[in-house]
Ligand binder design. Sequence first.
Ligand code: SF4
Length: 373
Amino acid sequence: MQGLYVHLPFCRQKCHYCDFRTVAHGEKRIDAYMEALTRELRFTAQHFHTKEWTTLYLGGGTPSFVPVKKLKIWMDTFYRYYPKVESEVTLEANPEDITKENIREWKSMGINRISIGLQSTDEKMVKKCGRAFISDWKERIRWLREEGILNFSLDLLLALPGQRMQDVEKMTDQILDIKPPHLSVYSLILEEKTYFGYLARQGKLLLPDEDLERNLVHYVTERLKNAGYNHYELSNFALPGYEAIHNSFYWERIPYLGLGLGAASHWEELRWKNSDSLQRYLKLAGTEELWEDKEKIGMVEAMSEALILGLRKIEGVEISRLKNRYDEKIFEEFKRDIRKNIQRGILERHGDRLCLSPKGIDLGDIANRDFFR
Ligand code: SF4
């Protein structure tokens, strides 16, 4: 099993909370970028002896912003090198790009899962984030279903400026009305180098306090669970059978390659990332010179990652599998921290399985910091 991630960094505008490596208003550079991405694809096909990918994930940025004709040319080249993707082919899309025509084109490229950056159903909230609000978003989702794309996900953001409990209650009602098969729910993280970061420094951004933020998360989690969603990862919920396959590769430490600006790769216990300078990317794509921070992952670090990432899954990790895959002696090094976190009520042991307790789930990533090596 292995996954291929392809980064398409173009966005219509820069959202006020976003610090991803994106290129806003960069339409003129799409051609050059897709050409560089083709060089990188060719290099990948020649240097990595993989005949088939289990998953392909087109992430961004806003991949749906890339005109379908240009995307199709790249996908045709992809299929020349790799005639078949075993399971999931995901495209991230913003609601404004979900048109009947685009859906048909995406489908013809083998895309079988759409991850939609909805963020909120509340016009005021979406606009506060510097994003376009698409009032007929429900209809667009209906088009997806009509055209046969039944596997899709909605991204939702909580703890937006000025957001109240009643706003989230209303949004959850609207979301459950359409029952998307998959949801990713995140709380806003205030990043320094964003417009929200700037507003916060000026004292002009009113964000929900920590108690309200937790209440919003608990509320949405309970509503989704009661509606039949499996809360299978800290931020992810799925109806049975719709768990994200590609993303699970990150949590399971299954190898993946990343193509595109700033994309990260993890392959044969090596990791590296592509340069996140657009200029360098356009120049060096298709050569190893593009790779930065290449390093071998030692056994201790591998075990540390396996615990930190694996414990993001609500079902946790199987201890015997960890010992077999890495090294029993190395596992011993983590035993003291595991015991300590069980005593603190953050981890729970159920037979062979180690997982976060409800308190650990609430603390999220913070619960795992003892496992950093
Ligand atoms: S949130 Fe998404 S659409 Fe907005 S700037 Fe970031 S990547 Fe682009």
